[in-house]
Design a protein around this ligand. Structure first.
Ligand code: ADP
Ligand code: MG
Ligand code: ZN
Length: 466
């Protein structure tokens, strides 16, 4: 029996407004907007000689505590027991020389002798060894030599698991759950993705670390490849990288030559002392977990499990639904959110968390209310919804102009016009071509600017075609 063990070190971008040690904008959240290189920079995050860090970003510290609590970790609170002091969180300088790191070290609350922000957690049956906070280096293009400092100094969370996974599928499922949970606390920037180092060993043998995997898909493929490789070859303790194109892991370095980071506490940064009160406060305000949300959708809103599952995978969507469901019966609102709205978003290649997309629940509810009360047709509502992306609007004023036509005489006129114009379709229908009927309905709706009452149109058309 081959028995694989897999452990992960996962990095995610914390969702904050500013960088960790300066007040530069955290541009990762604007990633989709194609920011020019070196737009959000200052002497601190470009490592100018003599520049000193500012106090660490409190938002980043709060977010990492939220993450730790969601993962059921013990947060290292500052406390004295007898003569001993616990929970001294120090920023350490992790040294290495690389063009993306002009100060020559990365500040991190980790390292050989450090106390992590939180530890000993468990999430979905996988033990969490620790969570800590660190800064991101800049990005360096080895081909051109150019360096972009927009990223430099952004807060990162690192989550280290125990080697509790035994295959790639388990890792994939778990990571999806983790990302969903983190998206519920709006703590990690989904658009920025994750980066992970993956450790794999087989049958109690040496372990191999695969560095810098940047998607769930490549994590999965690298693990599958590595387990197979380790079953066949003699395994050495080493660091490898995943070559996407070749579909292989390749040696980067053996453990003997691994760099020595020479961790030392950073004298320019204060010790962090987390108080019990502060952590309790954050705990009491933690949002619902995805599981709690799912249960609520089923119990409170009486959705079927399948329906609820579509919604809960997308926090912005479920939040919109819950707001709309305060005014519109959930069963009525559901297809408009999960089918229609998603259709329009997909068509525009947009998602609800895009900062440029602004769909107000109020506007959405107004639209559905107008359909429910028979003020506008469903088709008209869909047409209006098409215009809700990127920005919704109130349809109150439009309702008169776009009102449903229910006057039979008026509809009869339209039907007559359409039949005269489409003699061929009428003939086809009479010759048994059922599709021609739908075509004619479509034409009638088009000419009425999607306002004719569908039922009445059908009745009149059926009568006329007899
Ligand atoms: P390092 O000092 O090399 O970073 P750590 O002890 O911090 O090593 O562990 C790093 C990662 O390696 C963790 O995610 C852990 O789960 C994983 N790991 C530890 N032992 C094993 C093993 N025998 N097989 C697979 N992964 C392992
Ligand atoms: Mg490590
Ligand atoms: Zn800066």
């Amino acid at each position: 029996m081959i028995n694989a063990k897999i452990g992960l070190e996962i990095h995610g971008y914390l969702q904050t407004k500013e960088k960790l040690f300066c007040r530069c904008k955290a541009s990762r959240h604007l990633a989709k907007q194609q920011i020019k290189p070196n737009t959000f920079i200052c002497p601190i995050c470009t490592g100018q000689p003599g520049a000193k860090p500012m106090l660490p970003n409190e938002e980043a510290i709060k977010k990492i505590i939220q993450i730790a609590l969601m993962l059921n970790c013990e947060v290292n609170i500052y406390r004295k027991i007898g003569k001993k002091i616990y929970g001294i969180l120090t920023w350490n300088r992790k040294h290495y020389d690389w063009p993306d790191l002009p100060k020559g070290y990365q500040d991190t609350i980790s390292g050989a002798y450090s106390v992590p922000v939180a530890e000993k957690g468990k999430f979905e049956n996988i033990r969490i060894r620790e969570c800590h906070l660190e800064e991101d280096p800049a990005s360096w293009n080895p081909k051109t030599g150019y360096i972009d400092y927009n990223r430099s100094g952004l807060p990162l969370v690192e989550i280290v698991t125990e080697p509790d996974f035994s295959n790639a599928e388990e890792v994939e499922l778990w990571l999806k759950k983790l990302l969903l949970t983190l998206s519920y606390i709006k703590a990690v920037d989904k658009n920025a993705g994750i980066k992970a180092d993956v450790n794999v060993s087989v049958s109690g043998g040496e372990r191999v670390e695969i560095k810098n995997l940047s998607s769930i898909q490549s994590i999965k493929q690298a693990i599958i490849y590595e387990i197979e490789r380790q079953k066949k070859e003699k395994v050495k303790r080493e660091t490898r990288r995943w070559d996407e194109k070749k579909g292989k892991t390749i040696v980067m370095r053996t453990k003997e030559t691994q760099e020595d980071y020479r961790f030392i506490p950073d004298p320019d940064l204060p010790i962090i002392k987390l108080s019990e009160k502060e952590v309790k406060e954050i705990k009491s305000r933690l949002p619902e977990t995805p599981q709690e949300k799912l249960d609520k959708l089923i119990k409170k809103h009486k959705l079927r499990k399948q329906e609820a599952e579509i919604l809960y995978k997308n926090l912005e969507l479920v939040e919109l639904f819950e707001e709309v469901a305060k005014k519109i019966p959930p069963s009525f609102a559901l297809p408009w959110v999960t089918t229609e709205l998603l259709r329009v978003l997909n068509y525009n290649k947009k998602t609800l968390d895009d900062p440029k997309v602004d769909i107000k629940p109020q506007h959405f509810s107004e639209l559905l209310k107008a359909v429910r009360q028979g003020k506008i047709t469903e088709l008209k509502a869909k047409q209006l919804l098409n215009q809700f992306v990127p920005k919704s609007f109130s349809i109150k004023e439009l309702v008169k102009k776009e009102a449903k036509i229910t006057n039979k005489k008026e509809i009869e006129k339209i039907v007559k016009k359409v039949l005269e114009k489409n003699k061929k379709a009428v003939q086809d229908y009479k010759a048994g071509e059922k599709k021609a009927f739908n075509f004619l309905i479509g034409e009638i709706m088009k000419i009425s600017d999607k306002r004719a009452d569908y039922q009445i149109v059908r009745e009149i058309l059926e009568k006329k075609l007899k």
